[in-house]
Design a protein around this ligand. Structure first.
Ligand SMILES: [Zn+2]
Length: 381
């Protein structure tokens, strides 16, 4: 009996050791990133007033706390995001799936309802719903979008278009003609013209009173009015090549729309955090996260000076299952593993800065972000 137990013990031990080795072999590849040139981060004090005239919603696509903490470590323990006054947690699951995509994740924030996976701007029954952009416009406010991706991609589409299938790219692009946003900057020119339906969306936008810019330089030269800038055939260039384009396009829109006495709503997206999470490319992921953080810094600075602008920074879901497993804060070195090339299920952070920021503390549904904004801007009255 004793012998049998002993044999069983040895067998279990061996099995345990082998499974540990297997698990280690299977554990995802270790990625190391060192940030050679950290950037300076200034303290930005929130304004003292209470009035919320403008709301800016910034979405880091696929950005979890792990992305933020990794980026913070790489930049030697500082980020512009640290200036946020209030922090909350958003639950990202969608109507028919635990792990959402950017279609359903962004739509929940855009229309205030959880919807089905892969849907943009429609409810669970596929009915188009007014987004924060539509509601702001109906109140006489201005509204805009600045992203670094193709405009048929899910996040901008969540706010401007309506489709049960985010892959219906030509249909989604055509929806921009009816969106009524005052300022749109993104990529994706190849699906505005030479379309299967023969439509020229650029011409249709011009007929609606937009000044259409086909490059970033053309967009920069425009000084006011309604602007629709589609600067690339697909996505904008890599973060290192495009410089501070996201921040510049955001600030340009804010300056122009700020002329509206009734205020404005704007959605700004760090679009490609998600792509680099899918590729498990830590280097590009950190570059994109830092670009997004520097954009957050510029937007916070603008909002601090303005005094009546609330800025919310959040994500639609996590991408890559990023885990920081080791690193060195003083050297800006991070060692990370990814657990998936898809999205993962975790609450995402919500940072708020400016008047009304206190409304964003606590834990809530992603769709509540819409309702909080609607209440603060009195869009329902
Ligand atoms: Zn994704």
């Amino acid at each position: 009996m004793k012998k049998t137990l002993l044999k069983l013990g040895v067998a279990c031990l061996l099995l345990g050791v082998t499974s540990m080795v297997n698990a280690q072999e299977k554990a995802a590849k270790l990625h190391t990133y060192v940030m050679e040139h950290p950037y300076e981060v200034q303290q930005i004090l929130p304004p003292k007033g209470k009035k919320v005239k403008n709301v800016i919603l910034m979405i880091g696509d696929g950005m979890s706390l792990m992305h933020v903490y990794s980026a913070w470590t790489a930049n030697r323990g500082k980020l512009f995001l640290d200036n946020a006054q209030a922090i909350g947690l958003s639950k990202t699951y969608c109507a028919d799936k635990l792990i959402t995509d950017s279609g359903a994740g962004g739509t929940a924030m855009a229309i205030g309802q959880k919807t089905k996976y892969h849907s943009v701007g429609v409810d669970v029954n596929g009915n188009p719903q007014p987004s924060l952009i539509t509601l702001a416009k109906q109140k006489g406010m201005s509204a805009g979008v600045a992203v670094t991706c193709r405009l048929w991609d899910a996040t901008p589409a969540d706010f401007c278009c309506h489709d049960v299938d985010r892959d219906n790219e030509y249909g989604i692009i055509a929806d921009y003609v009816e969106c009524d946003a005052d300022y749109v900057v993104g990529g994706g020119a190849e699906k505005f013209v030479n379309r299967p339906d023969g439509r020229d969306i650029f011409k249709e936008l011009e007929a609606k009173g937009y000044q259409v810019a086909r490059s970033w330089e053309e967009c920069q030269a425009l000084e006011g009015g309604r602007i629709f800038a589609v600067t690339e055939p697909r996505d904008t260039p890599l973060p290192a090549e495009r410089g501070d384009r996201l921040a510049a396009s955001a600030l340009k829109g804010m300056d122009i729309m700020d002329k509206n006495k009734k205020g404005f709503f704007m959605m700004i997206e760090g679009s490609q955090l998600d792509d680099y999470g899918h590729f498990n490319d830590l280097d590009l992921l950190m570059q994109e996260t830092h670009d997004f953080d520097r954009t957050v810094g510029k937007v916070f600075e603008w909002a601090a000076k303005d005094g009546e602008t609330l800025v919310i920074v959040t994500a639609d879901h996590e991408t890559g299952g990023l885990t920081l497993v080791d690193g060195d804060l003083s050297k800006g070195e991070i060692q990370c593993r990814f657990s998936t090339t898809s999205h993962s299920g975790v609450m995402v952070p919500v940072y708020a800065f400016g008047p009304g920021a206190e409304n964003f503390t606590g834990m809530y549904e992603n769709s509540d972000i819409f309702h909080k904004i609607v209440k603060l801007l009195k869009l329902n009255k």
